[in-house]
Design a protein around this ligand. Sequence first.
Ligand code: AP5
Ligand code: MG
Length: 260
Amino acid sequence: MALNLIMLGPPGAGKGTQAERFARTRGIPKISTGDILREAVHTHTEIGTRAKAIMDRGELVSDDVMIGIVKERLDRSDALAGFVLDGFPRTVTQASALDDIMTGRDPLIVVDIVVPEAELVRRLASRLICEDCGANAAMAGADGDAADAMVMPGANPAASETVAAVRAAAEPQRCRRCGGRLVQRSDDNDLVVRERLKVYQRQYEPLVEYYRGRPTFRSIDGAQPPDNVAADLHAAIEAAGGNGAIGARGVRAARSGVRS
Ligand code: AP5
Ligand code: MG
């Protein structure tokens, strides 16, 4: 049975971090809509050029564009044996389109990563990514997990200059994966983070409501060390039937969205 996993959660919840780890251990592709858009921005495609301004305001790219991108990606052969989707769906319209795309395929397992807002703001203010390959500093290895966990003494999340911006300017670091420069993500400044969190809150309830009744929906606590979150994620996937344990009734219910 293919493991088709969706990671839900607010900005900074750790979707990308956990998706990357999980996809690597399972040998299935990690499909991150944020990464796809950032790559499109980086390579100046038409979609990238249009998306950049929207992303830099912390708003959502249109459903039509996002559904088109995901459909094309999920139809590629490497995704037929399973995938981890990070950052999609974000709206009920996207979720419904995803169900259509998944017709005839194994059910979606939906894991919602829950983290308090203060912790999200702290994480995003101190995140650095590689400007070339897009890896998180923690994944890229430069200064490792310590860098991501670090908060500068006296750092004020309300200040316009974030911890990451100050750090990137003061002590330039390189990505251990590709040698690229580590920089702050363009939408990680304080004002845009607040907008992203607001946008997320608006979409969250209806989206989670869309999935909550499915036997393959689980919530996990993301405010723990990454290894613990990874362990909870594995347990949640197993409990949701992700190791082939889901029965025929569960599969039917999961596919149709029937509440149990
Ligand atoms: P996207 O790139 O998806 O951003 P996001 O949802 O705001 O989430 P982040 O990537 O910021 O956080 P994450 O949950 O992946 O956390 P991470 O693992 O990096 O989207 C960007 C933009 O693209 C959107 O705003 C929108 O404009 C557009 N877009 C994308 N998809 C779209 C869609 N479907 N529809 C419309 N528009 C779309 O972790 C964050 C930090 O915390 C890292 O530094 C990490 O090392 C650290 N960390 C992770 N886990 C832990 C832990 N357990 N403890 C301590 N630190 C941790
Ligand atoms: Mg991410």
